[in-house]
Design a binder for this molecule. Structure first.
Ligand code: ZN
Length: 515
């Protein structure tokens, strides 16, 4: 807690301001922790009849936390602490916290409260409307909501101010400092290498046999295997727990209580397993945040993209690797007696790495996933930078799927209506999934360079070296470093898509025996 002692070197007025600022941000952090436990509870078995009233309690506490963050007092404290003769005297953590809180404060203060309230009501109605529309594949039924949500976001961009392009302003909400000009380049590179790779795999590759993945897999055994793998990976059960929910998620209440969920499907042995490893990756990040961040608003992942890099690194680069299945396939066989008698670890490794063009993003494999994201990125950019009308979305969506993946949705449920994000107003969110894949591959390349025997560690079930490596370079910093600083610190280079492309080419040419 070295940084905390610097208060005494500050002029009195600034020392008081810093103390009060820490109290206020500490209180907001505490509210966030309570909100997180309520959120977790509502999604892991809270009685249905209580949800309505509970939502109101949740809303009140969330509003209180928001009120504190945009209060006049917060504004005054930020002004005092941002003075040019004060800010440089603060510890690294205090300074970063002032900068972060100031950014949110300015953004939120600009929004007229009535406009924000109208928007929140619209979004909550819209999610229900989307669910119904998706069920009936009824895009016209959802269109009025979508049009309004897009209009509101266009107004927010005007209010917040255009950064380079209008869509940049939305990107900044999810991945600070990431711009359209960067994403155009990154996605362009992914497209130019992954589309030909997918074509080669489809045309000349030897498709792995997946027949043994069909059938029924005892849910109790799936649960036992998920718990076993979590322990092996180094998930700390004294600082977390595994539960079930319809959509798997991780929620970090504080570094000593990081909970994850999964979903067991009887006819799919892979869904819960890889879902669990994915959430475990998010959890390892949050369980290993640095002590100097405890109680501050920096005690969390630095961005969606960096968070996703960790879930995907553990799920795909570790969990779908050959050494991993050399070690764990015999264990899997023990958990499911009679299911994999004539299957080898190599067969299983290849089967969990089938790559095929498909319509549904959340079911997509490691190779095609980025193409699903690229399509959404291009469409969002058209909406906010080129004035694409919401009513034209199905046509544009279907044309892009046909062009990029060679598959065409039969209806809007398996097309433009498939994702929840837009119904909740999350525009600019999708790119973080692919950014996560790119950050993760680049970090893993560096880890391999520094630990040449990493594969042997994985094949022996020893994950501590990788976890410690990531803790020292990524996890312990939480939000006290920006995403661009993290990737530069870890790898010595800015984000570069070639690491992901190299990795995917190597892996899928091998899995499909393309020589
Ligand atoms: Zn995730």
């Amino acid at each position: 807690m070295k940084g905390r002692m610097m208060v005494s070197q500050l002029p009195d007025h600034a020392a008081f301001a810093l103390q009060r600022f820490r109290e206020l941000t500490g209180k907001i952090k505490h509210y966030e922790e309570i909100l997180a436990v309520v959120f977790w509870d509502m999604r892991t078995g809270a009685p249905r009849k209580g949800i309505g009233l509970r939502s109101e309690a949740y809303g009140d506490l969330a509003a209180e936390s928001f009120r504190l963050s945009v209060s006049d007092e917060m504004g005054e404290l930020l002004d005092k602490l941002s003075q040019h003769d004060v800010l440089p005297l603060l510890s690294r953590v205090d300074r970063r916290q002032v900068e972060e809180v100031r950014k949110d404060y300015e953004r939120n203060r600009k929004l007229p409260p009535d406009l924000y309230r109208e928007y929140m009501v619209l979004v909550s109605q819209s999610e229900a409307a989307w669910e119904e529309a998706k069920e009936k594949s009824d895009f016209p039924g959802f269109l009025p909501y979508l049009e309004k949500i897009i209009d509101y976001n266009r107004r927010f961009i005007e209010i917040w101010g255009v950064k380079e392009t209008p869509y940049d302003t939305l990107l900044d909400l999810y991945e600070p400092d990431m711009h359209v000009k960067d994403l155009d380049r990154l996605f362009g590179e992914l497209k130019s290498r992954l589309v030909p790779l997918l074509e080669a795999v489809q045309r000349d590759g030897e498709r792995p046999d997946t027949s043994f993945l069909k059938g029924s897999f005892d849910v109790a055994a799936q649960k036992a295997f998920s718990l076993y793998i979590l322990k092996e990976l180094g998930y700390d059960f004294e600082a977390g727990r595994l539960d079930e929910s319809v959509h798997p998620f991780m929620t970090g209440l504080n570094p000593g209580d990081v909970r994850i969920t999964t979903r067991y499907l009887e006819d799919d042995v892979l869904s819960a397993l890889f879902g669990t490893i994915h959430e475990c990756g998010h959890a390892l990040y949050e369980q290993n945040l640095g002590e100097e961040l405890y109680g501050t608003l920096l005690c969390t992942g630095t961005s969606l993209g960096i968070h996703e890099s960790q879930s995907r690194l553990w799920e795909n680069l570790v969990g779908r690797s050959r050494p991993f299945w050399q070690r764990y396939f015999p264990e899997l066989k023990k958990h499911f007696p009679g299911k994999f008698d004539h299957v080898t670890a190599e067969d299983f490794y290849r089967a969990v790495n089938v790559a095929e063009p498909s319509l549904i993003r959340i079911e997509a494999d490691e190779l095609t996933y980025n193409l699903h994201i690229m399509i959404r990125y291009e469409i969002e950019k058209m909406l906010f930078n080129e004035g694409l009308a919401a009513r034209d979305l199905p046509e544009v969506w279907n044309a892009k799927y046909t062009e990029v993946l060679g598959v065409t949705p039969k209806n809007d449920a398996e097309g433009v209506l498939q994702d929840v994000h837009w119904s909740g107003g999350s525009f600019g969110y999708f790119p973080s999934y692919s950014l996560g894949n790119m950050y993760g591959a680049q970090m893993m390349a560096k880890a391999r360079e520094e630990m040449p025997d990493l594969d042997e560690h994985i094949a022996a079930g020893r994950f501590a070296s990788l976890k410690e490596w990531l803790t020292e370079r990524v996890y312990k910093y939480g939000k006290s470093l920006r995403p661009a600083e993290i990737i530069l610190n870890v790898t010595g280079e800015p984000l570069d898509s070639s690491y992901l492309c190299d990795y995917l080419e190597r892996k899928f040419r091998d899995v499909y025996r393309l020589g």
